[in-house]
Ligand binder design. Structure first.
Ligand SMILES: Nc1nc2c(ncn2[C@@H]2O[C@H](COP(=O)(O)OP(=O)(O)OP(=O)(O)O)[C@@H](O)[C@H]2O)c(=O)[nH]1
Length: 438
């Protein structure tokens, strides 16, 4: 839930009105990503329920002192992006299954289950601009927009459609990734390390604030994970207790079949030393990452999740958004420079063989000087200062307006004809003719 303080700081971070980005909306979008069965859907539904309960509790109390500026909590908005899910523990506001029939996609394209999910997501992404339009409207009314992703993690994280969805969302509103970890299944050092490397790669790829959500803490506390992340030596000690793939219970005892050899090397010594090195590499990741423990079934830890989402929103505003703004600005500048260069080349071409007049505004100076000068008409058109019909609408060549424009430039009120059999050519009002007369 975005707190009042986060809302006001969002407005401040929205930056000057010259920003090329849309204003910062009230909502934060949360992309729920995680390994199959980690509890993504259960977590998405639980988060939404929790936000609704909070809203219900807060609103009667706030009713007496409500002003127009008071931000009100409201239920989250959920998007289901998993086309293959059978049943959900929440009612999605937007559901990929309403648009795409995953089983039919499999039949039509002769695909297996994963190919079917990927193709369904690709097809859905072609409509994502419409979905984004809906989400942008909703972003003014709710605090959270939760997106539940497909079960197979790589279908979303390593596909073009996943990237398009993530990037579009992140350009429209504050966005963070909630990386859901199945805590009871992560007590083996090797599984833990794999999960952390995956989370790190997602953060690296999306560049978005990431929250590690240790789920299912009703079954297994996540304290061991926090300890491994904050103290390298405890992770090393867990490795030395035995094979890296053996589970370590809460008290640090091995629960796997193979027990420690007692010599401290463990049976997979190459793997252990590799993981030792990787744990050191991940140190920087651990130092800066936000981690929370939650039970999606009992709602334990949900309030921590909400405050962590608020912190992630702040990180988006202070780090991701300025970078996005800078990239947009440089893209706009490059595009303007490209257009300017094209116009300059076009004007140069028009001068070739032209009679006397210089459409680029030259007036007898050297050619190099003329090339550097801007034609005021062109400059005005590029800046949109002149009455210029370049509004993106395709002009119908048969329409009067178009013929009229030609007629103004053609001979004796005759429209200019182009293409095969054209006789008029292009005439510029200072007398230059293209193509030049033979
Ligand atoms: N005990 C407990 N079980 C949970 C919790 N969260 C999810 N589960 C269970 O874990 C199983 C998988 O949960 P889902 O929400 O379907 O997981 P998912 O990641 O969305 O699954 P896929 O999308 O199919 O990969 C279900 O049986 C849930 O009931 C939790 O916090 N505690």
């Amino acid at each position: 839930m975005a707190t009042p303080s986060s809302s006001s700081s969002s407005a401040a971070a929205a930056g000057p009105s010259s920003s090329t980005l849309p204003p910062v909306p009230r909502a934060t979008s949360v992309l729920v990503i995680g390994m199959a069965g980690s509890g993504k859907s259960t977590f998405a539904g639980a988060l939404s329920d929790y936000v609704s309960q909070q809203a219900a509790q807060q609103q009667p109390a706030a009713a007496a002192e409500v002003t127009e500026e008071t931000p009100q909590s409201s239920p989250a908005y959920i998007v289901n992006l998993d086309p293959a899910v059978n049943s959900l523990n929440y009612e999605p506001s937007v559901d990929i299954r309403d648009t795409i029939d995953y089983k039919r996609v499999m039949e039509e394209y002769n695909l297996g289950p994963n190919g079917g999910i990927l193709t369904s997501l690709n097809l859905f992404t072609t409509k994502f601009d419409q979905v984004l339009g809906i989400l942008e409207r909703r972003a003014a009314e709710v605090d959270q927009i939760i997106l539940d992703t497909p079960g197979q993690i790589e279908i979303f994280t390593w596909s073009a459609s996943g990237t398009i969805i993530t990037d579009s969302l992140a350009s429209a509103m504050p966005t963070c990734v909630a990386y859901v970890v199945d805590t009871p299944k992560t007590t083996a050092p090797a599984t833990f390390m794999s999960n952390m490397l995956y989370a790190c790669s997602i953060m690296y790829k999306t560049k978005l604030p990431l929250i590690l959500v240790f789920n299912k803490i009703d079954m297994q506390t996540h304290d061991f994970a926090l300890e491994w992340m904050s103290d390298f030596e405890t992770f090393q000690a867990a490795l030395q207790k035995g094979n890296a793939t053996d589970n370590v219970d809460v008290a640090g005892n091995l629960s796997g079949a193979r027990k420690s050899t007692g010599d401290g090397s463990g049976s997979g010594s190459y793997m252990n030393s590799l993981m030792n090195s990787m744990a050191l590499v991940l140190d920087e990741f651990y130092n800066n990452i936000r981690a929370v423990g939650v039970s999606s079934t009992t709602h334990e830890g949900m309030s921590d999740v909400l405050s962590t989402i608020s912190a992630a929103r702040q990180e988006y505003l202070t780090e991701y958004r300025p970078e996005l703004e800078r990239l947009r600005q440089s893209r706009v500048e490059k595009e303007n420079a490209r257009k300017k260069e094209e116009v300059r080349r076009m004007m140069k071409d028009l001068r070739v063989g032209g009679k006397g007049g210089n459409p680029a505004g030259g007036s007898g100076g050297s050619r190099a000087e003329d090339e550097d000068k801007e034609d005021p008409r062109v400059t005005a058109m590029m800046r949109g200062e002149e009455d210029y019909d370049g509004n993106g609408t395709l002009l119908d060549p048969d329409e009067e307006e178009y013929m009229g424009q030609g007629a103004a430039q053609g001979q004796a009120g005759q429209p200019v004809r182009r293409g095969p059999g054209a006789t008029g050519g292009i005439s510029i009002d200072d007398g230059t003719q293209w193509p030049p007369a033979a």
